[in-house]
Write a protein that binds this ligand. Structure first.
Ligand code: PGA
Length: 241
C-alpha cells in the first residue's frame, strides 16, 4: 500500500550540466516514486524534465528580511514539490533544533510541499545504547501535529552512516523503523502511521539497496553520494521497483 520513494539529496553538488543525468533518470521505467533534491539554484532549471524536485531546507517564514534564506513558498514557485528538513548536516552546521525543524515542516505544509523530516542518532548515542531514546525525542520534537501520509515522510539517517560507507545491520534498521512506525501510530493513529513512508538514509549504494528495501517498514531511501551520477542512482531506483 505504500509506494516506495527513492529521494536523491545532492547536497552542495551539481550544476546545470546535471540536467543530462536527470533526463537519464526520467527515461527509466520504474514502479516507485523518485525525487531529486538539488541545490536551490538548480530547482527552476531542472524542473519540467519528468522528475519531481525538492529543496534541501527552507525558512519557517514565507518572506521577509532573512538574507540568504529561501522560503517553502519560493521552493514551490520554482517547481519543487517537497523539501528535506532537519538533515543532520543542517542540525550540525547550522545548529538546527527539533523545534526549528518542526516549524520548517509546518512551513513546508503551508506551501503545499511534502516534508521529509530527517532524524538519526550519532555513533556515541548508539554506543551508549540510547538510539531509540534519541529517535523518540527527535520524532516527538521535529514532526508537527497534523502529519498525514500525503505531507510527511520520515527519513531515518544514522549520523555515523552518512557518507561513511558504513550502514547499520538489517536488524538495527528494522528495529528503528518499527519503533518509528509504532511511535507515529501512537500519536497520529494507526491508519496515518501505516501510510507514512519511512526512508532509510546513509551510505545507500547499488550494492546494498535491494537488501535494505526488502526490510520491514523500509519504504525507500534518501540517497546522498550515490544520487549524483545516473550510473549509481539508476540501479538503486531499479532495486526499489
Ligand atoms: P550518503 O548521504 O548517501 O552520501 O551517505 C545520505 C544523506 O545524507 O542524505
Amino acid at each position: 500500500m505504500r509506494r516506495r520513494l527513492v529521494a536523491g539529496n545532492w547536497k552542495m553538488n551539481g550544476s546545470m550540466a546535471s540536467a543530462a543525468m536527470v533526463d537519464e533518470i526520467a527515461a527509466l521505467s520504474r514502479d516507485c516514486d523518485v525525487l531529486i533534491c538539488p541545490p536551490f539554484t538548480l530547482i527552476a532549471g531542472l524542473s519540467g524534465r519528468g522528475i519531481p524536485l525538492g529543496g534541501q531546507d527552507c525558512h519557517t517564514e514565507a518572506q521577509g528580511a532573512h538574507t540568504g534564506d529561501i522560503s517553502a513558498e519560493m521552493l514551490r514557485d520554482a517547481g519543487a514539490v517537497a523539501v528535506i528538513v532537519g538533515h543532520s548536516e543542517r542540525r550540525t552546521d547550522h545548529g538546527e533544533t527539533d523545534a526549528l525543524v518542526a516549524a520548517k515542516a509546518l512551513a513546508a505544509w503551508r506551501a503545499g510541499l511534502l516534508a521529509i523530516v530527517c532524524i538519526g542518532e550519532t555513533e556515541a548515542e548508539r554506543d551508549a545504547g540510547r538510539t531509540l531514546e534519541v529517535i523518540g525525542t527527535q520524532l516527538a520534537g521535529s514532526v508537527p501535529d497534523g502529519a498525514t501520509p500525503a505531507r510527511l515522510v520520515v527519513a531515518y539517517e544514522p549520523v555515523w552512516a552518512i557518507g561513511t560507507g558504513r550502514t547499520p545491520t538489517s536488524d538495527q534498521i528494522v528495529e528503528v523503523h518499527g519503533f518509528i512506525r509504532r511511535t507515529l501510530a501512537e500519536r497520529f493513529g494507526k491508519d496515518a502511521a501505516e501510510g507514512i513512508r519511512l526512508l532509510y538514509g546513509g551510505s545507500v549504494k547499488p550494492g546494498n539497496a535491494a537488501e535494505i528495501f526488502a526490510l520491514a517498514d523500509v519504504d525507500g531511501a534518501l540517497v546522498g553520494g550515490a544520487s549524483l551520477a545516473a550510473a549509481d542512482f539508476a540501479p538503486i531506483i531499479a532495486a526499489a521497483g
